[in-house]
Design a protein around this ligand. Structure first.
Ligand code: GTP
Ligand code: MG
Length: 433
């Protein structure tokens, strides 16, 4: 039923040019994953550009604009076999303009690898903070910090300690438990402490990055202990029976269970579960299933629609018209109090009014910067109260993250993303028993 994959998705984050693509390229190279042919390509490309050494970012930045500009534009997925675990590196762009791509990449990650450059004592920069804040709201709680470009500061322990302390303070401010966060001084270009422990930093008593990854990072556990939520994607007529097709987002469901669909409030029994080509007695988070149910028709009327969410009766999906959220505006768009926006959450689309902008947040620090502003613009984050045109199934992100995040779509473009801080009270519908 599930693909049982134990591949760990690890996203590289950090300011533009701090060495994210170079680090992955170096890791692949040192582990022997780069073929002779690709190596020759990289050597030829370096020669053409008059460079002495190969550019490891070349293995990640595959588009011409990226290679020529020395900048990552789109996310790139690269499988990588560590000494122990298997990974999928998600290489993200650092440049502000491509933050939407960074969010897309980070939303599938189990862990983040934060790069901070030591070159010229640079340390924390705007996108260091912004990426960390976004990773935090996206729910990534496993982080490894690498202080990169140590070769440019003579492998200085003092520079490393100064920058690591600054990063540690930033992490604390953002609510990370810094005792669990490994810090490693590296040089991606020279390969120090990447795949092999470096001789150049004898003062560092830890292990190389790959060994830290192999020992500390775990794939996110499937949310099996979370209450059951199945999002309805489609309804098919098969042999005059209705098959409800959906994805189990959280929890576990068994044949014979009593379910309730929201917002319709329809209660029914689960007669059978179908997966691709077979019948099953049980399904769990991550599975896409077809369900045969009884009790879903009322006086010949069929009430379940796409976007409804099924749960067990003892923990029913929250339905709300009013909800409070934290949003981040990724694309050029001003959102004003009173505007109606198109919100997509799960398979639900709803027109929602911006009832109140509670405050504006600086995404580089997470702190409140304005309590009176009546609109929120690109690059800003805000706490906002929305009122939906209709009751929608939506949960607090802290309780069920899978149903607690949404995007705002405008002119067919995803302009902002958000998480639900609170979705109780106002607009909740009452159920008939
Ligand atoms: P974006 O994807 O555009 O955000 O950049 P990035 O973080 O992927 O940086 P990239 O790997 O493209 O490296 C930027 C520049 O820094 C390149 O010129 C690299 O050669 C250089 N660089 C990366 N790592 C190191 C390092 O450890 N030491 C030195 N000296 N230079 C490095
Ligand atoms: Mg890059």
């Amino acid at each position: 039923m599930n693909n049982g994959s134990e591949i760990i998705n690890i996203v590289t984050i950090g300011h533009v040019d701090h060495g994210k693509s170079t680090l992955i390229g170096r890791m692949l190279y040192d582990s022997g994953a780069i073929s002779e042919e690709r190596l020759k390509d990289a050597k030829d490309a370096a020669k053409k550009l008059g460079k002495e050494k190969i550019d490891f970012a070349f293995f990640m930045d595959t588009f011409e604009e990226e290679r020529e500009g020395g900048i990552t534009i789109d996310i790139m997925h690269t499988p990588f076999k560590g000494k122990k675990n298997e990974y999928m590196f998600i290489d993200c762009p650092g440049h502000r303009e491509f933050i939407k791509n960074m969010i897309t990449g980070a939303s599938h990650a189990d862990a983040a690898l934060l790069l901070v450059s030591a070159k010229n004592g640079e340390g924390i920069q705007n996108q260091t903070k912004e990426h960390l804040w976004l990773s935090k709201i996206l729910g990534i709680d496993q982080i490894i910090v690498v202080i990169n470009k140590m070769d440019t500061v003579g492998y200085s322990k003092e520079v490393y300690e100064k920058i690591s302390n600054e990063v540690m303070n930033l992490l604390k401010k953002m609510g990370y438990n810094v005792n669990d966060v490994p810090f490693i001084p590296i040089s991606a270009i020279e390969g120090d402490n990447v795949y092999k422990k470096s001789e150049n930093m004898k003062w560092y008593d830890g292990v190389a990055l790959i060994d830290v990854m192999d020992s500390k990072i775990k794939p996110n556990r499937k949310p099996l202990d979370t209450p059951l939520r199945i999002i309805v994607q489609d309804i098919y007529d098969v042999d005059r029976k209705k098959i409800i097709v959906g994805r189990v987002e959280t929890g576990v469901v068994n044949v014979g269970d009593k379910l309730i669909f929201m917002p319709s409030g329809i209660k029914c029994n689960l007669i059978s579960i179908k997966t691709i080509g077979c019948e099953s007695k049980r399904a769990e988070a991550g599975d896409s299933i077809g369900m045969l149910l009884d009790g879903i028709e009322n006086n010949g009327k069929f009430l379940i629609k796409r976007g409804e969410v099924a749960s067990h009766l003892d923990n029913i999906t929250n339905v709300a018209k009013g909800f409070i959220s934290q949003i981040y505006v990724m694309q050029p768009l001003d959102l004003h109090v009173g505007d109606i926006v198109d919100i997509r959450c799960g398979t639900t689309a709803a027109a929602c009014k911006i009832e109140k902008i509670i405050n504006i947040i600086d995404p580089r620090s997470g702190s409140v910067i304005d309590k009176n502003k009546k609109y929120v613009s690109q690059g800003e984050a805000a706490n906002i109260k929305f009122i939906s045109e209709k009751p929608i199934p939506i949960e607090k992100h802290s309780k069920i993250p899978q149903l607690g995040k949404f995007v705002i779509v405008h002119d067919n473009i995803t302009k902002a993303c958000g998480i639900v801080i609170d979705a109780g009270g106002a607009g909740n519908i009452k159920l008939n028993s």
